[in-house]
Design a protein around this ligand. Structure first.
Ligand code: ZN
Length: 303
């Protein structure tokens, strides 16, 4: 009896060791990818499925403009095969490019090939980095990602391209759906006021006048770029324009926009996802989800 028990334990032990090696072997050889933002992480996952191991630097809710990489990020960068960034200086002081360079790793700039909107920031003209807010630009991100992973891992090329085709179709559906939803807002009410100006591409694509009191970047502190004169201008102009609602953002401190809302008596239309997607398990934890949730809130507050 004792012998049977011993051999049973022995078999279990062998099985455990064997499955451990199987798991290790399965991970072994998979390309490891490192993405700067939550949106890029989502695009990459939609293309690579389980054929690569994917990590993101930014957790949900973090601000890419002001983020400072940690020693842990540098350590991870050293262990990956390929890095992905948004580019157009979304990553403040180009922190993702620096992480990749210091680790000696190649990097893909997902906005390559996109004609950026040019905006004014403290008297200077700069490219607007928030390009993903037009789903047609998101498609460019996805094509850049697909090309890069096919080159990195040609054995799985067909799978990457097949997933990309499906996802690009979903992006086209999203674009058509947003156009239809936004058409319910009367043209004179299409004014979108948010904490920081992440919504220029969205505004241009869907004929909405997007404005932000804070300025192009979120800066090192909330209210960066806000002067008393500018504040009075905003309060006057929002009253004159007949603004229906202000919106706060999940990755930006809402203090300033709430103050202005209080002073003008204009309601807060809700919290939008801008530079970050939602926490895991929320409706906004994917790119398509965050766009859908934003549009539902915007249409409800402005229509
Ligand atoms: Zn931003």
């Amino acid at each position: 009896m004792k012998n049977i028990k011993t051999s049973f334990l022995y078999i279990v032990f062998i099985l455990v060791v064997f499955s451990f090696f199987l798991l290790a072997a399965e991970r072994e050889g998979k390309p490891v990818l490192f993405c700067s933002t939550t949106q890029i992480n989502d695009f990459v996952k939609n293309v690579v499925g389980d054929d690569c191991i994917v990590y993101a630097v930014l957790p949900p809710g973090a601000d890419p403009h002001t983020y400072q990489p940690t020693p842990g990020d540098a350590q991870r960068a050293a262990s990956v095969d390929l890095c992905f960034e948004n580019g157009l200086h979304l990553e403040g002081k180009n922190w993702m490019a620096t992480l990749a360079k210091d680790a000696g790793k190649p990097i893909v700039t997902c906005t390559d090939g996109i004609e950026p909107l040019i905006i004014e920031k403290s008297g200077q003209t700069v490219p607007d980095p928030h390009a993903w807010f037009d789903p047609r630009n998101a498609a460019v991100y996805v094509r850049n990602i697909t090309e890069a992973v096919c080159k990195l891992d040609p054995i799985n090329k067909e799978k990457y391209e097949a997933r990309a085709r499906l996802y690009l179709q979903q992006l086209r559906n999203l674009h058509a759906w947003i156009k239809k939803e936004v058409s319910r807002i009367p043209p004179h009410r299409r004014i979108l006021i948010t904490s920081h100006d992440a919504f220029n591409y969205f505004g241009r694509t869907y004929n909405i006048d997007a404005q932000a009191p804070v300025g192009w970047s979120t800066g090192s502190e909330i209210g960066a770029g806000m002067t008393p004169k500018r504040r009075i201008e905003i309060i006057e102009s929002t009253k004159k324009m007949g603004v229906r609602a202000f919106f706060v953002e999940t990755s930006v401190n809402p203090k300033l926009i709430r103050e202005i809302a209080r002073e003008t008596g204009i309601k807060i239309g809700g919290e939008l996802y801008s530079d970050s997607m939602g926490e895991h398990g929320t409706a906004g934890d994917t790119y398509i989800g965050m766009m859908r949730e934003n549009v539902l809130k915007i249409v409800k507050a402005l229509e």
